[in-house]
Ligand binder design. Structure first.
Ligand code: ZN
Length: 132
């Protein structure tokens, strides 16, 4: 499995971008709004892995809560699942590692995603990305 992206919660994507450009030469390849998650996101491709900047667009949603309670920072690590994400989720559930969602849901860039609770992964929120 490869790391697909690392999610970073920010107050403002536009305020965060100059660091990535000046220090690392990275610019957004994708910007979109994920209304269901109350965020807008920007993906900065760094080799095979991307940095996903997540900015809350309302006071609702997990990212707004995260930024409010902990401030901006590392939010999740996402792995690309080869094959069917639904099959992977069923296998995890059988192994006692149930994802937070019962089925894959549509995330950014047209990918399907699910999340695994941080208590399962030493305090790290893990996202799985793949085909439904
Ligand atoms: Zn993500």
């Amino acid at each position: 499995m490869k790391v697909d992206h690392v999610g970073v919660a920010v107050k403002s994507i536009d305020d965060a971008l100059p660091f990535y450009k000046k220090a690392l030469g990275l610019e957004p390849s994708v910007r979109e709004q994920v209304t269901g998650q109350h965020v807008r996101v920007a993906f900065l491709q760094a080799g095979e892995t991307a940095i996903e900047l997540l900015e809350p667009i309302s006071d609702e949603g997990a990212i707004a809560k995260f930024v409010r309670e902990r401030g901006p920072g590392l939010h999740h690590v996402a792995f690309h699942v080869p094959g069917s994400l639904g099959d992977k989720m069923r296998g995890l559930t059988q192994d006692g590692l149930s994802p937070l969602e019962p089925a894959p849901r549509l995330g950014a860039r047209g990918h399907h995603v699910c999340f695994l609770h941080p208590k399962l992964a030493s305090g790290v929120l893990v996202e799985l990305v793949g085909a439904k």
